[in-house]
Design a protein around this ligand. Structure first.
Ligand code: FES
Length: 63
């Protein structure tokens, strides 16, 4: 059984733990325990976060 956790980091990436990242053809891209995925669209290394979000991206906060 695969148990993954996805944490939405304030003003930053998605922190994915316990999952395997696959490309569009189903081939494994990454098997690290923790993967940071860009959600701001500014990374030059998508789908990974490269830190480009810092000071450039504010996530919406819901009450
Ligand atoms: S979330 Fe970090 S570069 Fe996009």
């Amino acid at each position: 059984m695969i148990v993954a956790e996805i944490k939405v980091l304030d003003n930053g990436p998605l922190l994915v733990s316990g999952a395997t990242l696959l490309d569009g053809e189903g081939d494994t891209m990454e098997t690290k325990e923790q993967i940071y995925l860009c959600r701001c669209g500014l990374s030059a290394n998508k789908p990974y976060c490269n830190g480009a979000h810092k000071g450039q991206f504010e996530s919406q906060v819901r009450d």
